[in-house]
Design a protein around this ligand. Sequence first.
Ligand code: ADP
Ligand code: MG
Length: 699
Amino acid sequence: MTDEFLSTPLQFVKGVGPRRAADFQRVGVCTVEDLLLRLPRRYENRAEVVPIARIRPGQHVTVIGEVVTSGIRPTRRPGFRLFELVVRDASGPARAVFPNQAFLRDVFHPGQQVVLYGLVEYRQGLQISNPDYEILRDAGDEPEATIHTGRIVPIYEKVGSLTPRIQRSLLYRILSELPDDLPDPLPEPVRRAHDLLPRRDAFRLAHFPPPGASIADLDRQATPAQQRLIFEEFFLFQAGLLRRRRLARGERKPHRILIDDRIRESARQVLPFRLTPGQKDALRDIVADMQRPEPMHRLLQGDVGSGKTIVALIAALVAMENGQQVAFMAPTEILADQHYLTIRRLLASSRFRVVSLTGSLSAAKRRDVLAEVGSGAAHLVVGTHALVEKGVSFRSLGLVVIDEQHRFGVAQRATLRAKGVNPDVLVMTATPIPRTLALTTFGDLDVSTIRGLPPGRMPVRTIARSETRREEIYRLVRQALEAGRQAYVIYPLVEDSEKVDLKAATAMADHLQAEVFPEYRVALLHGRLKQDEKDRVMAAFSRGEVHVLVATTVVEVGVDVPNASIMVIEHAERFGLSQLHQLRGRVGRGSAASTCILVSPPRLSEASRARIDALVASNDGFEIAERDLELRGPGDFFGTRQSGLPSLRVGDLVRDRRLLERARQAAERWVTEEESAASPLSAYLDANWSSRFGLVEVG
Ligand code: ADP
Ligand code: MG
């Protein structure tokens, strides 16, 4: 599958050498295949040849003519020399000027046929300035195909000393040496079904497009050759993911899960309300997975406030009723504590023992908890993801629930598996994830989606206000407080200015307490507080003893205080859309009409304005997620580098989403119909998948 020619290290390719190879290596290009997969940044149509008499200043033109004279012309600037060329075609002569390229003396001489491509300028007469050039033939030679002129020409990003021209020549040579029978990682039936060009043709045409190709299509990566290479990349990524999922399906859980009336009744006992239809559907998927012999790998997504926690808790109950232990993991200690309190309350009347394992435990307490988990005396343990990463051992871990985890990528899931236990795994997202990203970061998981919110919720009214309108903002907050509600004031902490921001948040809390709301209690919550301090503040807010909670984004992840009905988000322009939506989801959880005020400076960049407008316009997390992806791109959507996004070379998750869908379907068909350990593609994926897509695999 991997062709010898394609895997040749570039330094062994004629014309490259160690120095150029090092330049390429710096941008991750090491082999011939790497180079072929580095597509041009853009293309230029240099195909149309203009008669010299018709060239005009300001145009980029291609002309063909015969060299009449050539030579160095001194200038008044010391050390600066111009190489000048006069060429002539049937319509007349033109001057071409090359600054500081004395070596061209040895390249050009009268009588040659040359092609020039460059900008026409008017300086002491018409001239073509610093054109790209090609010598068609010296007197008497046969004409050769042009590379840099007289065609649609690829423009590559400059790397170190490697000019676009050098790269173009190199690629042209490599492409001309591609073996006729170049192996193709795409299986023949896939290629046929999707009408894809052979790989060899795709490489050639993506770098040197045929005459007449549309530059606009080329620049959008929309030509058949480019699409074929993008499809290939998506297909290989998806095929690798799905193959892993299939292998995981071959795994067996050591335990069995059964459902009977007793268990159904026990779940009913715990439920504080009726599940919504969306929750029921999701729960049905999850419980069906749990009853299968192979471990569950499922993503549960739903809008903020759609009620994912209770669904997970019922799943946990099913596992515990079957004698299994459950690990419930949250991304922050505050959220873990809150889950702990909620779950303990809901399970208070059951026979199950719930423990918490967070960083705030004393060493002695921690030892006790670990012992209980190890012996099986504790049935459900709540903590942060340190639960799987550190050496916690369970007697019989049957289910792992991972809450609010955008960040829990492919690698961490592998860690779990590598621990030798094979529990059911349920991952829950904080907000909906755009489908393209779900397909890539969670592409090896089955997905359940909770549609709709619990009954009685009123949509949060969202308004944007300039920070110059403080009085109006505080009046709205006061109204809510007077009605007996509580308020959040959110302050962003930006990592590189954390100290300054923290000071601002502290000053804000002091100011609000002393001057704006002296008759209410204002408290400050941020990540730097000691754990017991955080707990105290959070608990006081939950009990309604604190009326205004000034918080850095630590509350972003999931706190649930239904009496809070107004949220002020300071510097809303600094947050991403999905993050803002997540934050906003902290209000509107009770029956009161809720408000979210997005505060920002009066003058905003267009991008920030677009984000804020989008949030004001929509309350639908699914819509917002798609818009967020469009506005910020896949890297920033998750706001973290450990997002489990693959490194793609030719494809773009936003631009090429339709192709991604097609590739996904093709990969699904391949995995169910053709894939086997003996297939060459499976072997190729096993050997190359992780490194090619930059995903670290554990175990
Ligand atoms: P999220 O999906 O954002 O994690 P939560 O699980 O925190 O949402 O639920 C949000 C709130 O809705 C909680 O207060 C929860 O008790 C409540 N809730 C969940 N499901 C229902 C339901 N079916 N009926 C009424 N309230 C519900
Ligand atoms: Mg939640």
